[in-house]
Design a protein around this ligand. Sequence first.
Ligand code: NOJ
Length: 565
Amino acid sequence: MKKQWWHGRTAMQIYPKSFYDANGDGTGDLRGIIEKLDYIKSIGVDIIWISPIYRSPFVDQGYDISDYYQIDPGFGTMEDMEELLREAKKRDMYILMDLVVNHCSSEHALFKKALADPEGEYGQYFYFRKGKGNGQPPCNWRAYFGGSVWEKVPGQDDLWYLHLFAKEQPDLNWENPALRRRVYDMIRWWLEKGLAGFRIDAIINIKKDLSFRDYPADRDDGMCSVHNMLKHASGIGDFLLEMRHETFDRYNALAIAEAFDIKDGELPLFVGDDGYFSSIFDFSTEGLCKSRRGYFASGLPSVTEVRDTLYKSQAEMGDHGFFCNIIENHDEPRGASRYLPVSGQNDAGKKLLGLLMHMRRGMPFLYQGQEIGMMNYPFRNIDEIEDIGTLNEYRVALAAGLSEDEALAAVSLFSRDNARTPVQWSDDPQAGFTTADTPWFPVNPNYREINVRAQEKDPDSVLNFYRSLGALRKDPAYAETIVYGTFEPVLQEYSDLYAFFRRSAGKQLLVLGNMSEKEVTVPVPAESGDPHKDLKVVLNNLKHLEIQKNRITLAPWQGVILDVT
Ligand code: NOJ
């Protein structure tokens, strides 16, 4: 694998609406990001992905873009964006935008033209099809946000357009070379401006099974999941390689894909030196215990299941390419609420999660607020939910027979809004996120205990531990091993225990993490070499570590990095 400029870096996702509101209107903005750049840098983060800031009607929080060449006024102006790029550069930081090109907004000029004349030139930019007759859409695929993927064209008898997400997010027709050219022009336009690259949204969906046939229904609604068609769609690689050559390659840009549903054995096509992308997120644990029937039928995986899944995905990637490692993002609940058992939802547990994420091979990719241990939001009422996806899941739960309270409890566990609450900057009103009386989304009531200002003052805070992790990745004594070293699990017979080596020429680190409320004593693995030599503690999330001759006792939720060279 060729070394790349971004491999040794650390990244963070910003969800701009909830990051920091500089102009006091209750919504986060670009100037808010500029004001906080030094803070972000202080965590060791030098790459920032900003969720969509383009002009949008915000049906899906900006993932419905009506103009790819403009900043949405809610976030600021193009001048603000240019200033952000300049300020980032001064600090040796890099900005990535969200590339949402599976679909646009139904308010986009191209779609309006297409609707006006579906048979004409612009109709070719989207998918228009005749229905089956009798008011039946062309096929029985269910949209990700519920209902059919087909919406009737207003004023037409039996003509429908395709939208895999909301009906306000019509799918773009990648089969049309003119559409692809437009997309590549737009990508280059932003890269010219000084963007370092993109996070690429829902990209697997750009290739459709063009037969638009029915698949067996998987719910009482008579429809089937889009995943059926993704299994049958083939040839996406042609589009993705073309995009890479036409755009990213020309700028040495960082292209990180959100790519679910990669077919078995195809991972090597997606990443690595000749892959379609620079990297992809490791979502392997995201789907654990999740039911295709909906959130309501899903559960939380055990610690050991999560561990084994992560080990497996590390093995699959090997040294072929580089994952982006996450515990949460704007589509997921908070990692500390999801991956830590309740008894571990404390500072030690949160530090341990961070340590394990940073020490896997790949680039650590934080989500705003993770570095202070933000938690899920305690929803009391379905009216508190904004997210189109969660509202759909709530309806699905009710339709399955759950009571309103049960449905709320079920969707609260996984709601995307959990991670979309404002960042907790201080214990001032509205957590210091805004000076407005009402932020666009309520602040988590735990902001008095969990906030940046309090943690700045506490040398043992979760925030300062994340700073140590960020610094360690760049420490010349360890960087080569942490960034490029092999990943070798050991002691797998111990449940709830993470134990792995990271090895590079002349250096080996042993990472141990006790993900349980019970103390555990483990032998120092034989692979560490001489059992009598001193083990050097590089980082420890607790004050002490009990090392006897060739055994180590880990306290509950303890995580350590040992230099066993
Ligand atoms: C994935 C994004 O992360 C999510 O927030 C969005 O709803 C869908 N893609 C559609 O763009």
